[in-house]
Ligand binder design. Structure first.
Ligand SMILES: Nc1ncnc2c1ncn2[C@@H]1O[C@H](COP(=O)(O)OP(=O)(O)OP(=O)(O)O)[C@@H](O)[C@H]1O
Ligand SMILES: [Mg+2]
Length: 510
């Protein structure tokens, strides 16, 4: 290849107890180019990147940087060699502010002793401006939405000014507009000669930003090629090892009577600005899958949170199976039959220090779940085993720590956990975040099966194609209001996008 290879991983093998995560993998990093790395959940992408960034050490194999073998023992070593990484899972301290997080362990000091907050905040401001995020550097990270936290992670690595930048699913929680900004920054970095590795499950995104593509499957290198001339089908075929290009067709399911009914739900903003939710009315029927579509700030997550009993909202009606949902206590809502698959699996979905098994049976919201299920150990084990099987969760033992699972497989555990509460209504906030194309279909199949059993499912996705593929009905929200509802057969990409932009300076003729 004529291009300059700045760094190269040679014959990397990584063995964990019970798992060969990587098997003699070669990987190239090209000077001033983007090599996108793709593969199914658990294929070994993050592991390979952690080895390059000094977080993990290979069982065997070498890393060559500019012709010399390097052996980074920790991320600090790697940074000194000019290699930086944005981790797949957010790594911020919620109790510190944005600029403190950006400079954590690289504090700028006055005379080597006192932290120079002014200088850090100025630099943080400059980085956030470059990323077009007007966040005050003094804001506590816990007050940021998850997409903004992801942007802080990006700012953190930009502050290091590295030569090789590894991005492990940097856009999984970003809006389309934010992705565009990141892509502009990536192009600028390339122009400055920075070499980039980019991991994502959003295939269109990869094709847009990649100069090269590398595909892993089950820890093996399957293909590497220049992006030019490559199509989606080639990528998917290589990734999953079978023809997976067909469009998802949900199986038939009957739709019955209304289970969940909401009228005039209003959530005021804390400081008297526009309402966060404004007069939202909506029904969900037995066996129905309803997609909620909208841009960032449309109020989808807040709607879910109100349905779970959070926030001081008003509504003239909120009933489940005809019974009023009065209590504002989450555990009561779960007991009444509503369950949420949260968007932020790290903070709300999983307890990293517990095993896969324990995470599944514990609703982290409240520990009462074990009682609610009143399962004995044997039943519990069977139930967990069943979902591990149904959701094809790739693991060696359910007693291992949840953190030993790949990101996508952790997401499946969150879904499994919600299903174990036996809900009537399932609220799913970005259920396929970080999930590979093949496994997405598995999640869709599960959603349809649940609908066939009579559950009502309300789900949020920023991916239009997903919303169109699986929804019986689509509700479009903008700025806290329901703008329009579409039946499956009348919804098109364009109509959804137009409706979601109402109130953003675009009006739509109905
Ligand atoms: N600390 C660990 N202990 C044991 N097994 C691990 C550990 N970390 C990763 N693995 C295993 O290594 C394999 C590869 O995981 P990896 O996180 O690299 O996948 P990935 O390609 O990044 O997947 P995803 O798309 O879901 O993020 C998986 O089977 C995973 O369970
Ligand atoms: Mg990963």
């Amino acid at each position: 290849m004529s291009e300059n290879i700045i760094a190269r991983a040679e014959q990397i093998t990584k063995v964990y107890p019970g798992t060969v995560a990587l098997n003699k993998v070669d990987f190239n990093i090209y000077e001033g180019k983007v090599n996108v790395l793709i593969g199914e959940n658990g294929a070994g992408k993050s592991t390979l990147m952690k080895i390059l960034a000094g977080v993990e050490q290979a069982t065997s194999g070498r890393i060559i940087l500019k012709g010399q073998e390097i052996k980074p023992r920790n991320p600090r070593d790697a940074e000194e060699l000019g290699i930086g990484i944005i981790y797949q899972e957010l790594n911020l301290f919620p109790n510190l502010n944005v600029s403190e997080n950006i400079f954590i362990s690289h504090e700028r000091t006055v005379g080597g002793l006192v932290i120079d907050h002014r200088s850090q905040e100025n630099k943080a401001k400059e980085l956030l401006k470059r990323l077009e995020q007007p966040i005050n550097p003094k804001t506590l990270v816990s007050n940021l939405r998850i997409g903004q936290q992801q942007i802080v992670e990006i700012a953190k690595v930009l502050a290091l000014e590295v030569q090789i930048l590894i991005m492990d699913e940097p856009t999984s929680a970003l809006s389309n507009a934010e992705v565009e900004v990141l892509f502009r920054v990536i192009r600028e970095l390339k122009a400055q000669g920075v070499s980039i590795v980019y991991i994502s499950h959003k295939l269109e995104e990869l094709m847009q930003i990649g100069d090269y593509i590398t595909i892993l499957r089950d820890g093996n290198l399957i293909a590497e090629a220049p992006m030019e001339g490559i199509d989606l089908k080639w990528i998917v075929d290589n990734m999953v090892g079978r023809d997976a290009s067909k469009i998802y067709e949900p199986a038939a399911h009957d739709i019955g009577k209304v289970i969940l009914s909401v009228r005039n739900l209003t959530l005021p903003a804390p400081h008297g600005k526009d309402n966060i939710l404004d007069d939202v009315s909506l029904d969900l029927r037995e066996g129905e899958i309803v997609g909620l579509y909208g841009l960032m700030g449309a109020g989808r997550t807040e709607l879910f949170e109100c349905l779970m009993g959070l926030h001081p909202y008003y509504a003239t009606e909120m009933t489940l199976d005809g019974k009023k949902l009065r209590s504002h206590v989450v555990s009561n809502r779960i007991e009444q039959g509503i369950m949420l698959v949260p968007e932020d699996r790290q903070r709300e979905g999983l307890v990293q220090t517990l095993s896969i098994h324990d995470n599944m049976i514990l609703a982290s919201l409240q520990r009462y779940l074990a009682r609610l299920l009143s399962l004995n150990t044997k039943k519990e084990k069977d139930a967990v085993g069943q979902y591990v099987h149904d959701l094809s969760i790739k693991l060696s033992n359910t007693r291992n720590l949840i953190s030993s699972l790949s990101g996508g497989n952790q997401q499946k555990v969150v879904v499994g956990k919600a299903l174990l509460t036996n809900p009537r209504v399932l609220l799913m906030d970005e259920p396929t975040r970080g999930i590979d194309v093949g496994a997405k279909e598995e999640i869709f199949n599960i959603m349809v099966q649940l609908a066939q059993q009579g559950l009502g499912i309300l789900f949020v996705s920023t991916e239009l194609k997903e919303v169109l593929a699986i929804s019986d009905r689509i509700v479009v929200m903008s700025k806290g209001r329901v703008i329009r509802e579409f039946n499956r057969d009348e919804a098109t990409e364009q109509a959804l996008v137009e409706a979601s932009a109402v109130g953003h300076g675009v009006d739509v003729a109905q």
